[in-house]
Design a protein. Structure first.
Length: 481
């Protein structure tokens, strides 16, 4: 596993806290002020070798979860899980059987076969041990459907029982966060599934390549992949797609061999506008074998009740992921990936924010639900489970603030409010930034689709406004989704 570059994310509440961090020493005795020492103490324990990198489903993670629950208790938060502070997340681990992944394309010049060693990358199936799917292929632009933006890449196409081929990366002509959301693989899969497709092949465009090299996908997907697995909750449509793979331009070109337009022409057009879809008149066969095992891990959930009789029914979720990637390939003899910054630091900051908010002389009017989520590193799984099965009525959740990769060791000078203008959180961000004397900057890297890549996003997908994500220019996070 790789060390991952980190993200800073927070909004109004935590921004205040992080900035206060640098001056906290002077007022360390004040219970309602952020204490640098508290953050350091949490961080040092959570990132210690004892916890073995806090991989979801391991003893190290469980120790970390118990630690967080103890701190919640000490602060005086109310247990808000399903078992005290814990919300058990049932997990299914799936492993792709080596060399079983195969994409065969019946083109003009006979059958071409691509394997996981070169041009096709896929996770294991989480539901089927053995798959051999065969169907016609249809190209559907970026696979975007948004009446609000007058976009329907499926217009005039019948994709029932077929493989949909779409371009990956943010579609052109849309605002950054909107493009990030509508062009995310989750949304692309959902749109295809809703239209009855058998599977989706996403063409690995230069925008995706810039984020994560295609050649490295296979080694990541060769690792066990996790999903929450709870038969009592219907899974999102996109998860019900039977086939899903990322393909490079060589494999994509084979799918386009008999098409009315070449892949090259389509990709050139896609730089400025979304190309229209069409039948590819190619058949493809998609094969893979997968092995499954079960595990559990917990989200740790504590409630700080609001003080206002009316407004306290409204709940702000404050999320931060507790897991990291565990034990992996040794670096200089050290095989524990401690995840100090990603995301022991975020949890440490969240715990200190919780303590300070609980100690404010003037209580918050709304309730705050602190959630240390599990399995972010496996694909936002703990947060997705919570958003699917919240421990408070979903209609009470009015917003989510997420803290991932807190790095309080530089002077914070500006923030980027991802999604800020899509909800009233934007006004709070502006107020907080103004009061702290920092500026708000535009999204500098729209190609990264950051808005879709942390634990607020599963909430956003279910209509709960996500946080603007303050950050600054720093090390880049590069990770496949
Ligand atoms: Zn993280």
């Amino acid at each position: 596993m790789n060390f991952r570059a980190l993200r800073v994310s927070a909004v109004a509440i935590s921004l205040t806290s992080i900035c206060a961090y640098s001056t906290a020493a002077a007022s360390a005795a004040e219970p309602s002020t952020i204490r640098a020492g508290s953050i350091r103490a949490h961080l040092e324990f959570l990132a210690s070798d004892l916890l073995e990198g806090r991989d979801a489903g391991t003893r190290g993670y469980d120790l970390a979860a118990n630690y967080v629950a103890s701190i919640y208790e000490q602060i005086g938060l109310q247990p808000a899980g399903t078992n005290g502070f814990m919300q058990r997340v049932p997990l299914r681990s799936s492993l792709l059987v080596p060399s079983s992944l195969k994409l065969s394309v019946q083109g003009a010049g006979g059958i071409k076969t691509f394997t996981d060693a070169d041009h096709v990358a896929a996770r294991p199936s989480s539901s089927e041990a053995e798959q051999s799917l065969e169907a016609e292929c249809v190209f559907a632009g970026f696979g975007v459907v948004s009446p609000e933006h007058k976009r329907d890449d499926y217009a005039g196409l019948d994709v029932r029982g077929k493989f949909v081929v779409v371009l990956g990366g943010p579609p052109p002509g849309l605002p950054s966060e909107v493009a990030g959301h509508l062009g995310s693989t989750a949304e692309q899969r959902s749109r295809a599934a809703e239209r009855g497709a058998l599977g989706v092949f996403i063409v690995y465009t230069p925008a995706l390549e810039a984020r994560w090299p295609f050649v490295r996908l296979a080694s990541v997907y060769a690792q066990p992949q996790m999903e929450w697995f709870d038969p009592s909750i219907p899974r999102p449509a996109g998860d019900q797609l039977r086939g899903f793979a990322l393909i490079d331009e060589t494999a994509a070109a084979a799918l386009f061999e008999r098409a009315p337009r070449s892949l090259q022409a389509v990709m050139k057009e896609a730089r400025t506008r979304a190309p229209r879809g069409f039948e590819l008149t190619t058949r493809a066969k998609f094969e893979r074998r997968s092995q499954h095992s079960e595990a559990t891990s917990a989200n740790v959930v504590g409630m700080l009740p609001g003080s206002d009789p009316a407004l306290s029914t409204e709940v702000i979720a404050f999320t931060s992921h507790l897991d990291h990637v565990g034990i992996g390939a040794p670096v200089n003899g050290d095989k524990i990936y401690n995840g100090a910054l990603d995301n022991a630091a975020g949890i440490a900051a969240m715990l200190e924010v919780a303590r300070v908010l609980a100690n404010q002389p003037q209580k918050l009017r709304r309730s705050v639900l602190f959630i240390a989520v599990t399995a972010e590193e496996k694909g936002l799984i703990g947060s997705d489970y919570f958003a699917s099965k919240p421990t408070v009525p979903r209609e009470r959740l009015v917003g989510v603030i997420n803290l991932d990769g807190a790095m309080p060791f530089y002077q914070l000078v500006d923030v980027i409010g991802y999604g800020a203008d899509s909800s009233t959180l934007g006004a709070s961000l502006k107020d907080a930034a103004a009061s702290l004397g920092i500026t708000i900057s535009p999204d500098l890297e729209p190609g990264q689709q950051f808005f879709t890549r942390s634990d607020h996003y599963p909430f956003v997908r279910r209509g709960i406004p996500g946080r603007p994500r303050p950050t600054r220019v720093g090390p880049r996070r590069r990770w496949p989704w």
